[in-house]
Structure formats: structure tokens, C-alpha cells
Design a protein around this ligand. Structure first.
Ligand code: HSE
Length: 336
């Protein structure tokens, strides 16, 4: 399978390492031979139609901070030129989520789909701002758009609701979908102020480069948009979410909740409305997970409430979700 990889940060690098370490068994078990024919980051690109060397890509990035020094003769093509000119089966989009205009991911995804490439995106921006129209574009171009890593990272939240609960009617859900804010709120139960808990989360490398994405609830809202569209069939985008972050949560709020045997959590919920905001959750509710964990409780018509818990972020975890999507695409193509 020929792949173009956009973005070569932690997730992109984890993915090629995963391809490398699992090469034999991916071929033996699934007949999958991932051939990365082009990679580009914000500074340049590397192209080899017969397949780039995974080790060399990672080492080049480590040494030069970009993949553009991969070959002696540098590739001059921009990302969009690569997407237009290099033949590939799948685009894997891993550039950073941006909730203002969704670029550059939006251009990568639409260019690839218009050219007939299947797409795997772990970038939430384009889906959060234009989920309904991206789905239509995929159908129009007869390509597959997959995005299981956008919610829950390696934890298959979307697949669980879509496939495992197939035939059920999910009536509502509530989730802790942002690990960073969960870490901060969990630490505040030990008496830390919001500022100190934030400082600690930053030191641990959990907080996004633009902290507002975590703290103001935008990351959780983007995940809620994806869930609402994909699981509930509600055609919404980011502006439709009533969103409040955790900046105003105080240690007093946390203590008040604790007296009622509750914890304050940033909850994304789909009930009558789509809302992200701090909420008191009983400590003995399975949803009430701590640290950087994510959790989501789906309530359905006949099977009651089921909660799925797991790590919601991380390079290798997200790479594993991409592999899952890639295997699904391969299976769908071979069935067609
Ligand atoms: N900033 C996100 C989180 C990363 O803390 O959950 C995964 O989307």
C-alpha cells in the first residue's frame, strides 16, 4: 500500500517505527506492506517511489529537525505538489489541529480525496470544522475517510460505538475526552491550585503548544463534534457546541464536590444539547477516571450504559489507531 505521510512529529515518527517493528507480522497476518512514498513536514519533504527507509527518515528528522535532508539531492516539492504529483493509495494526515481555518490539514485532505486517495486523519481540525462536507466529498470521490485516532487516541471509542453497538440506538453519551484537563483537575483534588496543576502538566509535556485548545475545552469540543456526526448522525460543527473550559474551576469547587463524594470533570455530553463544561460526577461512577485517562459512557436503548476507558493520547497509541484504520481500508478495498 502506497502512503503519503503529512507531518512527521511524534505521531508520524511513531507510525514509521511501528511499520518497521511490525513489518513481518503485518505482512504475514494481514498481507499489509506499507510503502511510504513521500513524507513532508513544515520545512520540506522526502520522496522515494520505491519506498522511504523508516530508520533513515527518523534519523534525518532527529539530526536536522526536518525530513528534507533525507537525500543528498533535496526534494523541492511542497506538500500540495506532492499530493498532486506523487501516486499513492492513502494519505495519512498528522499535522497539528487548528480550529480557526483547519489548515494546512484541510487542503491536504481535500486535495488527496479529489485525486482519489483514501484518507486517514488524526488531525481533528478539518473534521471539527467541516465534518458533513468532508463526508460528502469522500462519498462523491468514492474514497474512504477514516479518523479513529481523533477521539480516544489508541482507545477505539468511535469503533466501539459504531461497530460493537451496531443495531443499537445510542440515546446519549457523556465523556471525559481531554487527558490534559483531566490530569489538572485530578491533581487539584490534592489541594493544588489551578495554576500549580497547570505548571505540573506543562512540565510533564501534556499540554498542547496552544494551551487554550486543552484549557478552554476546544479539543474536547472537536471530539464531541466528531462523535455527534459519526455516532449520532447529527450534522454539526464547532460553533454548534456550547463550550466552557476549566480555567475558572477553583480548589473550593473541587472541595465542595468532594463533600458530596463527587469530582469535578470536564464533560463532553450529547443529551438534548451538545455541551462541554466542568461538571460534578459521583466518584463511584465508572466515568470518573483520574490522571490523563479518557472515558466515555454510551447509553443505548436496550443495552443500558456502557463505559469505555483508556489512554486518549500519545504517539505510539495514536500510531496504533492509524494502523487500525489502514487495515480497515485494506479490507474494504479488497472486498470491493
Ligand atoms: N491534548 C489532548 C489531550 C491530546 O490532552 O487529550 C489528544 O487529543
Amino acid at each position: 500500500m502506497r502512503i503519503i505521510l503529512c507531518g512527521f512529529g511524534v505521531v508520524g515518527q511513531s507510525l514509521v517505527k511501528l511499520f518497521d517493528s511490525r513489518a513481518e507480522d503485518l505482512y504475514a497476518k494481514y498481507g499489509l506492506k506499507p510503502r511510504v512514498v513521500a513524507v513532508f513536514d513544515s520545512k520540506g519533504s522526502a520522496v522515494d517511489k520505491s519506498g522511504l527507509d523508516f530508520d533513515k527518515l527518523v534519523n534525518t528528522k532527529k539530526k536536522f529537525g526536518t525530513v528534507k535532508n533525507y537525500a543528498n539531492v533535496k526534494n523541492k516539492m511542497t506538500g500540495v505538489e506532492i499530493l498532486k504529483n506523487i501516486e499513492a493509495d492513502v494519505l495519512i494526515e498528522t499535522t497539528a489541529s487548528n480550529y480557526k481555518d483547519a489548515e494546512p490539514g484541510m487542503t491536504h485532505i481535500t486535495t488527496a480525496m479529489k485525486k482519489g486517495m483514501h484518507v486517514i486523519s488524526v488531525n481533528k481540525g478539518p473534521l471539527a470544522l467541516a465534518f458533513p462536507s468532508l463526508m460528502e466529498l469522500a462519498i462523491y470521490n468514492q474514497v474512504i475517510l477514516k479518523f479513529s485516532g481523533t477521539v480516544g487516541g489508541g482507545t477505539p471509542i468511535l469503533d466501539y460505538a459504531k461497530n460493537s453497538l451496531r443495531g443499537e440506538r445510542i440515546t446519549s453519551f457523556d465523556g471525559i475526552l481531554n487527558g490534559t484537563t483531566n490530569y489538572i483537575l485530578s491533581n487539584m483534588t490534592t489541594g493544588l491550585t489551578f495554576e500549580d496543576a497547570l505548571k505540573d502538566a506543562k512540565e510533564k509535556g501534556y499540554v498542547e503548544a496552544d494551551e487554550s485548545l486543552d484549557l478552554d475545552g476546544l479539543d474536547a469540543a472537536a471530539k464531541l463534534v466528531i462523535l455527534a456526526n459519526w455516532i449520532m448522525g447529527i450534522k454539526v460543527t464547532m460553533p454548534d457546541i456550547d463550550c466552557t473550559g476549566i480555567r475558572k474551576v477553583t480548589t473550593e469547587d473541587i472541595k465542595r464536590a468532594a463533600k458530596k463524594n463527587c469530582a469535578v470533570k470536564l464533560i463532553a455530553s450529547c443529551n438534548d444539547k451538545l455541551v462541554v463544561g466542568p461538571k460534578e460526577i459521583p466518584k463511584d461512577d465508572p466515568l470518573c477516571v483520574n490522571g490523563t485517562l479518557n472515558a466515555i459512557a454510551f447509553t443505548s436503548e436496550h443495552s443500558g450504559t456502557q463505559t469505555i476507558i483508556g489512554r486518549g493520547a500519545g504517539g505510539i497509541e495514536t500510531a496504533s489507531s492509524i494502523l487500525r484504520d489502514l487495515l480497515d481500508i485494506r479490507e474494504e478495498i479488497s472486498r470491493a
